[in-house]
Design a protein around this ligand. Structure first.
Ligand code: NAD
Ligand code: ISE
Length: 342
């Protein structure tokens, strides 16, 4: 069966997911697109034989030639499209964040619970990255003993002009927030933020930041968030266990020696660094829902939990010292979901 997908939002990641669904992945066809930027959406639709350009996301979701939706519009618009997809009984892959407030995420969780089946998957792609998966296998094997700490760095070369102070947590470190819940199979119970000397490249932003997350089992996670590091897109992670450490390896397949140096290239941005992770993420999503199955990746609950932790991080950034994370009771619908046990 070929899954017929409609894409809402034909910006950077929307176009990238359309490229992979039309030229890389199997079992999928893009039958509809929409964007409030009609000119861009029109150009994208023209490159997709047989695809319909819809005036609104709601029209696209209602289209009988759309079996499932991929939401790649701006964060504040995610809630309306995810809720409309649930109401239509159609699976929806929503780019992160699930929604921009924890209340909105909870409304999505409640709508999905009322629908009685999992329809939502959130675009936290690190769970699909070969290096993160290898790191998790080592942690789960017990080879380095009980994890005590994880050191992470999330460095962007630069960020767009609309990026705000809080985006360092809500837009960037939110990936680590989801990743460590999955890595350790535990909830995060509190957040703190430490503020180092400001980079001259950061403009009005407080750049860099150090986010400290406390896991339910007692491990501590530190996340360096630098969003104007200039030299490239650099993602790091090292777990420190009682008996050893394990870190994400260098991913470049080439080491260049010359002029007295040995060097590996650094990716330009997230599209390059996580190219294959996005491919695996969307392929596994297609395979899981084709034929009426449920999505197996990050759930609406995971999207909600990430939003709550992210809010605690923002509060800590704005002046709180240690801000606890308080989650609503987890509905039974999410018991079988990949991720954090009850
Ligand atoms: P972008 O600005 O390039 O594209 C967003 C598009 O959404 C724009 O074309 C805009 O016109 C459109 N849009 C806005 N409101 C809309 C509406 N109501 N209906 C339809 N279209 C609408 O942004 P982007 O970088 O592609 O990011 C889009 C989403 O993807 C964001 O939520 C972002 O956080 C997420 N993202 C995820 C990753 C990842 O690593 N998983 C990477 C980048 C972006
Ligand atoms: C962007 O929205 C992403 O999701 C990228 O993965 C992240 O590295 C970047 O900081 C965000 O702005």
């Amino acid at each position: 069966m070929t899954l017929r997908v409609g894409v809402i939002g034909t910006g950077m990641i929307g176009r990238d997911h359309i490229r992979r669904m039309t030229t890389v992945l199997a079992g999928v066809t893009v039958t509809a697109v929409t964007d409030v930027d009609v000119e861009t959406a029109k150009k994208v639709a023209e490159g997709l034989p047989g695809a319909v350009l819809h005036a609104t996301g709601e029209d696209l979701i209602a289209d009988p030639a759309v079996d499932a939706t991929v939401v790649c519009s701006w964060g504040p618009t995610h809630e309306q499209y995810v809720l409309a997809s649930i109401a239509a009984g159609k699976p929806v892959f929503c780019e992160k964040p699930l929604a921009t407030t924890q209340d909105a995420c909870l409304r999505i969780v409640e709508a999905e619970v009322a629908a009685g089946r999992r329809l939502v998957q959130v675009g936290y792609m690190r769970r699909y990255d070969a290096a993160y998966r290898a790191l998790k296998r080592v942690v789960d094997s017990g080879r380095i003993g009980t994890p005590l700490m994880m050191h992470c760095a999330h460095r962007n070369a630069d960020v767009p002009s609309f990026y705000e102070k809080e985006s360092a947590i809500t837009d960037t470190a939110v990936h680590e927030i989801d990743m460590v819940r999955w890595m350790f199979g535990e909830e995060i119970i509190a957040a703190r933020v430490l503020i180092p000397r400001k980079s001259r490249n950061g403009g009005p932003l407080q750049d860099p930041l150090l986010l400290i997350l406390e896991m339910a089992g007692g491990a501590l996670v530190d996340v360096e968030i630098s969003v104007n590091i200039r030299y490239g897109y650099d993602i790091r992670g090292e777990v420190v266990g009682e008996d050893g450490t394990a870190a994400l390896g260098e991913l470049s397949p080439v080491l260049v020696r010359g002029a007295g140096q040995a060097a590996t290239p650094v990716p330009v941005d997230w599209r390059e660094r996580f190219l294959l992770a996005y491919d695996v993420e969307i392929q596994e999503w297609i395979d899981s829902i084709a034929g009426g199955g449920v999505p197996l990746g990050p759930s609406a609950w995971d999207g909600y939990a990430a939003a709550v932790v992210s809010d605690s991080g923002v509060e800590a950034l704005r002046g709180g010292s240690r801000v606890p994370v308080t989650l609503a009771p987890r509905p039974a619908l999410y018991d079988a979901a990949v991720g954090v046990p009850r």
